[in-house]
Design a protein around this ligand. Structure first.
Ligand SMILES: Cc1cc2nc3c(=O)[nH]c(=O)nc-3n(C[C@H](O)[C@H](O)[C@H](O)COP(=O)(O)OP(=O)(O)OC[C@H]3O[C@@H](n4cnc5c(N)ncnc54)[C@H](O)[C@@H]3O)c2cc1C
Length: 492
């Protein structure tokens, strides 16, 4: 079937779904996006509450550098992103250690001089990886064509690509140990904190190559998005509409209508039934399963599954606090204890003076910490009171860590709302509120866009290469490629 005759439904207006939909619409596919909420963006949305505009989850714009995934996407779709380069990506704070992460490693090397050779190697690996994945990687391979594609790129990047081989099965910890850095507790805590927010796991479990590219993010550059990160989703939705597609809000898909290995269409909560030739599910596999088996007999009562989500605080804060903090994004890590669960915070303040983000003299601040989703659902099961107690414990622990580094914030809070994995489940439709993508422990066994259906593909941070705006945009290109290959082979 010609792509131009194809009608494609995209379930979900997260960045992965919108980027896939926009690329397809640009190629002439008739695209209809169905979004459960009344706004786009999912984990990367910006919402209004009590006079503030808060970023819900993602706050740091990445991938907008020249040739980066967002830059290339914007050029292809004719979008001029309203972004401004940040001089400091974020500031790391642990006890009395403060490190500004930016395009230069000099301050990190000055503090940890023995890490010089590690950073030299990281930079070399990252350069090769960026080059290999410049226009999306055919990974995980889905046939001989992809194997040939990978081999072609590797050959074109020789001899650098050969240097990747020893790291393919190595953990980040083994790599750091090979530089004699594993005994430096402060350096390892710093690296673990960087890896947790980027590859969703710490050095003992993270793959070395995933770590090499993740540690490069501040070097590649970070951007502030005017009006909040949600502007990216809004511009992608507009691009779909400009190319003849539709983005329908308050349209929650509740069931897939399928025969054997084909999905014929979807049913929505408001009683509509829509037919499609092909579908993109901007969902986690667990959320897709719920639609697939509908009604999900017994599934709602199944015990909660473990996996990362985020505990959040949305604060209205005196602007002066951040005028003196040294950066608008701070990563604060507790003196000791495992990271996450309120012992490591990522804090982002709306830019100084940005109109519409906060009442005069204040900033809208988003604080997040990794949390295992399951205990939240289990605690709710024991009663609302227990759940509220748990929420208070996390709030107190997070605020204590914030005040340890920014004591003046104690008297500068104007408003505060907490959110938990239950909020993430409600906001994004992600089963158990699992957010932030999968832990990048290995390059093998990762998920691609294909599903058990011939005409339904996944998009978003559950597929390779995983979480972040550049991650899901790179994944979107792979989804488009697989759908196009299938469309040329099949009679849909
Ligand atoms: C706390 C936090 C902080 C983060 N920080 C950053 C950061 O600073 N920088 C960065 O680049 N990345 C960051 N990320 C990661 C990034 O936000 C995500 O990887 C990315 O936004 C996920 O996009 P997605 O396409 O997978 O879709 P999602 O964001 O999951 O969106 C899915 C969409 O589908 C809709 N939907 C779900 N079910 C249905 C249904 N049945 N019918 C219709 N619609 C449905 C949802 O409402 C939602 O809009 C962060 C993530 C979190 C959670």
């Amino acid at each position: 079937m010609n792509l131009r005759d194809l009608h494609c439904i995209v379930i979900g207006a997260g960045i992965g779904g919108l980027a896939t939909g926009a690329l397809l619409a640009r190629r002439g596919v008739q695209v209809t996006v169905l979004e459960a909420r009344h706004y786009p963006g999912g984990c990367a949305s910006t919402f209004t509450s009590g006079g503030y505009r808060f970023d819900a989850g993602a706050t740091v714009g990445c991938g907008f550098h020249s040739g980066g995934p967002l830059d290339n996407l914007g050029k292809e779709l004719g979008i001029i992103w309203p972004v401004h380069a940040e001089p400091i990506a974020w500031q790391y704070r642990h006890r009395d250690l403060r490190l500004d992460l930016s395009s230069s490693r000099e301050n990190i090397i000055a503090r940890f001089p023995r890490s010089q050779t590690f950073w030299d190697e990281q930079a070399r690996l990252a350069r090769t990886l960026w080059r290999l994945s410049a226009d999306g990687l055919p990974w995980p391979v889905a046939g001989a064509r992809d194997v040939a594609g990978i081999a072609g790129r590797a050959l074109a990047s020789l001899p650098d690509s050969l240097r990747l081989l020893p790291f393919v099965r190595q953990s980040a910890h083994e790599w750091l140990a090979s530089h004699g850095l594993d005994a430096d507790a402060d350096f390892m805590r710093f690296i673990d904190a960087q890896l947790l927010i980027s590859v969703q796991t710490t050095s003992r479990h993270a793959n070395a190559l995933n770590a090499a590219i993740a540690l490069d993010l501040p070097v590649a550059g970070t951007w502030r998005v005017e009006g909040g990160i949600g502007a990216v989703a809004r511009l992608l939705a507009e691009s779909i509409e400009r190319d003849g597609g539709a983005v329908l809000y308050n349209k929650k898909v509740i069931r897939l209508d399928s025969i054997r290995r084909e999905v014929l269409g979807v049913e929505t909560a408001d009683g509509d039934a829509l037919a499609a030739d092909a579908l993109i599910a901007n969902l986690t596999p667990e959320s897709l399963e719920v639609l697939d088996d509908s009604p999900p007999a017994g599934k709602q009562d199944a015990s909660a599954s473990s996996g990362w989500s985020a505990f959040m605080l949305y604060l209205g804060v005196d602007a002066t606090i951040f005028d003196h903090a040294g950066a608008d994004h701070l990563q604060i890590v507790a003196p000791d204890g495992e990271l996450g669960e309120g012992r490591s915070l990522f804090i982002s303040a709306s830019p100084e003076g940005e109109a519409g983000r906060a009442p005069e003299g204040q900033r809208a601040v988003t604080i997040s910490t990794h949390t295992d989703a399951a205990p939240w659902f289990e605690t709710l099961h024991q009663g609302r009171e227990r759940y509220e107690e748990m929420k208070k414990q996390y709030t107190d622990r997070s605020l204590a860590l914030l005040f340890e580094q920014l004591p003046e914030a104690r008297d500068a809070l104007h408003s505060m709302t907490a959110a938990t994995p239950l909020s993430w489940e409600l906001w994004t439709g992600r089963r158990w509120g699992h957010a932030g993508g999968y832990p990048q422990t290995s390059l093998f066994g990762v998920r691609g866009p294909a599903t058990k259906y011939n005409n339904l593909f996944l998009a978003g941070d559950s597929i390779f290469p995983g979480q972040s705006l550049p991650g899901v945009v790179t994944g979107a290109r792979r989804t488009v490629e697989l759908l196009s290959q299938r469309a040329s082979k099949l009679r849909w």
